[in-house]
Design a protein around this ligand. Structure first.
Ligand code: SF4
Ligand code: SF4
Length: 444
């Protein structure tokens, strides 16, 4: 099956040893081992980055822009997440970090979370674009894609507001264009700490107003900044003076760490992090076994964005640093900044809502519910016969997934090496019951 969705992760065939670690970790069973190499099913992948985190051979990497791409533009805007400050020790102040980003060649810097202050200032309640309770945050793109793939009945719960970085990007572009900078001179780059946000930008809106030019991997940027932090900052930063980094509020600064978003919501709320926990929890929500809650903050990474695959520092230390730095930020925006947002941000009001989400039911066995149920029954029966070892020798993550693939006609029961070794008789008998299923690349 083909997909138009662009993913951020890819497997380097030369480095992959086919060890199955990624396949066993993947929460959506998107990975198969084919001829000794991991292969990702683009229809099932949610860009959560779990596979990359466990690969012992660094065979999975993320496509980011080459840094020099920023120099294709006259105005080079960096949208940085507050997670960036969490990557540094105490002796690196926020100002030193920002100076280093200017020194790398950016002309304008904004915190991504400034978008939350823009939203609040423009008077929008953040949960306004959801049809059902509990409202589910749309902040984590891996979670949103998971819901599209596995929980289509929950799509009406997802808050369809643009993410803070998207809002900040639109604001930055509109501010520069209002100053007379030509659209083609503006390059906006999001510094991403995770695979899902890289994919989000790759698949982002194409309307010029809403466009981001690309992403840079956060770990690469941190490495580039390190040597600059100990040197005096360049003095020729004309735009840093005419465009000072807008101060952001303390609550916005904490938005990306677990509990940060829900803290600002009224009513009963919960914050769940780590993708396997999120899946366990969404099962509850789907089965309506959840006590009444108004808002759900769901994050694919452990501790929230500080646990992103492109971060470099221990996630707990990073979270503590962000909380500490955040406590130094003001509780309210200074009046002049709020006034500027109100004046400049009126045209943003028409672009705050993201597109309606559609379901992508790649994880169900058939689009027709009756056929899906029949296939599921057949898969259950096959699974009972399989050894239940989930050894991965067949190239599938579990006996359950193998049984589903057999039902889909993608492989045969002969893929099971354990049955082949131990019970060739059983195998022959089973083939008589289930039929001789198609040969696959693995059987060849
Ligand atoms: S974890 Fe996956 S990508 Fe890495 S070597 Fe093992 S099979 Fe290959
Ligand atoms: S990014 Fe996540 S969903 Fe995609 S293959 Fe890796 S572990 Fe699976």
């Amino acid at each position: 099956m083909s997909t138009s969705f662009k993913h951020s992760l890819y497997v380097d065939r030369e480095s992959c040893k086919g060890c199955t670690r990624c396949m066993k970790q993947c929460p959506t069973s998107a990975i198969r081992i084919v001829q000794g190499i991991a292969q990702v099913d683009p229809e099932k992948c949610i860009d959560c980055g779990q596979c990359m985190a466990v690969c012992p051979h660094q065979a999975i990497t993320i496509k980011g822009e080459q840094f020099n791409t920023i120099f294709s533009y006259t105005r080079r805007v960096a949208i940085i997440p507050s997670v960036l400050i969490g990557q540094f020790d105490e002796e690196v102040t926020e100002q030193m970090m920002i100076d280093a980003i200017y020194d790398l060649g950016f002309t304008d810097v904004f915190y991504a979370e400034f978008g939350i202050d823009i939203l609040r200032t423009l008077g929008n309640h953040i949960s306004v674009y959801s049809d059902s309770l509990p409202v589910i945050s749309s902040y984590c793109p891996a979670v949103v894609r998971l819901i599209q793939l596995s929980y289509p009945s929950l799509l009406s719960h997802v808050n369809l507001v643009k993410t803070p970085s998207q809002i900040t990007s639109m604001y930055a572009r509109s501010a520069l264009e209002n100053e007379g900078v030509l659209p083609e001179e503006i390059g906006i780059f999001y510094i991403s700490g995770c695979a899902a946000k890289v994919a989000q930008v790759l698949n982002g809106p194409s309307a010029r107003k809403e466009l981001m030019s690309g992403t840079l991997n956060l770990d690469t940027l941190v490495n580039m900044m390190q040597p600059l932090l100990s040197k005096p900052s360049r003095s020729d930063k004309p735009f840093a003076i005419s465009h000072p980094l807008p101060p952001i509020t303390s609550s916005s600064f904490l938005y990306s760490v677990t509990g940060g978003e829900s803290a600002g919501m009224s009513g009963r709320k919960m914050a769940i992090d780590e993708i396997h926990n999120v899946i366990e929890f969404l099962d509850l929500v789907e089965d309506e076994r959840l006590s009444p809650v108004d808002f759900l903050e769901l994050r694919a990474c452990d501790t929230g964005c500080t646990g992103g695959i492109l971060t470099v520092r221990n996630r707990f230390c990073a979270t503590e640093r962000i909380r500490y730095s955040g406590s130094k930020h003001p509780e309210e925006l200074p009046p002049d900044v709020a006034k500027r947002i109100t004046e400049r941000g009126q045209d943003l009001l028409y672009h705050l809502k993201s597109e309606r989400l559609t379901s992508k039911p790649a994880l169900s066995l058939d689009e027709n519910p009756i056929k899906a149920l029949k296939k599921l029954e057949k898969a259950h029966a096959i699974e009972q016969i399989l050894p239940g070892l989930d050894c991965g020798l067949c190239g599938y993550p579990s006996c359950r997934v193998l049984s589903e693939e057999i039902v889909q006609g993608n492989t045969s029961i002969r893929s099971c090496s354990v049955l082949k070794m131990n019970s060739p008789e059983t195998l022959n008998r089973l083939e008589k019951i289930w039929g001789s299923l198609p040969r696959t690349i693995r059987d060849a």
